[in-house]
Write a protein of this length. Sequence first.
Length: 335
Amino acid sequence: MLILGIETSCDETGIALYDDKKGLVGHILNSQVALHAEYGGVVPELASRDHIRLIMPLIDTLLKKHHTTIDAVDAIAYTAGPGLAGALLVGSTVAESLACSLEIPAIPIHHLEGHLLAPMLEEEKPNFPFLALLVSGGHSQIIHVKKIGVYEIIGDTLDDAAGEAFDKTAQLLGLSYPGGAELSRLAMQGKPRFELPRPLINTPDFDFSFSGLKTAVLTLVKKQHELDDQTRADIAFAFQEAITDVLVKKTIAAMNHINIDQLIISGGVGANKQLRDKFKLASELHKFDLFFPSLEFCTDNGAMIALAGALRYNLSINKKDYHYQVKPRWRLTEI
């Protein structure tokens, strides 16, 4: 069974082919970073237009690269939410229309479910159930993944998520868009010169709050007589240390609370080297199995959507009623 995956939730057009027997056949991704860089963030209208311009050529390119045709596809999975409404509508329209013309199922996929299942694209993968730390965009969540479609959120974002805090702190330091990745690179040159708060690190719950950390960075920046390159690197280092300490401690506490020994880290912030290194050390200390998706599958991509589609197809969760559906504010627990 061959699944075509389509991801258009924000500023990346991702297309993939996934075979339920052979695994990932191939994927292709167009990033809009250069398009939005001059605005310092994603412009929804421009994002939608770029998806419209590229989605069909990317599908054609991927099919030709792997010497197949659209007629060989058995189902089409697409991101139905959450995300930018216009961007989601592009993927939904193309997926539902193609599926209707081919008389095959169209499978709407929750974007965060794609991230949760992304480690299953790897050769070494977790078994259900497992715990997941999902740090993607506006989401910082600890999720008990019991089986496909059964997710319990045991820790959530109260205000700024980790990814948002990275981006906003990068702006305070004068870094270019996309700021989070730039800040991580800058932090590698930093020294342990400043100390920043670790919000909620000692509370008994598993929730996150990073707006106060962002404010602390703003205060620290304003106190500097000169924001030279080394000072910026030192502040970036202190920020990254604080946020990764919180993510690791809260997640380990959640693992102990539900007594589980498998953990996955997924989402864009999951590509952060310092976060990965701290979790690897924690896994050795606390004796649990740790799984990461490859760096290319941490950010938005079509492969994770195609995989999720294949798993849902096998559960007979598919449809042929062909109507466009997008849910910009779709909660994971509403699947």
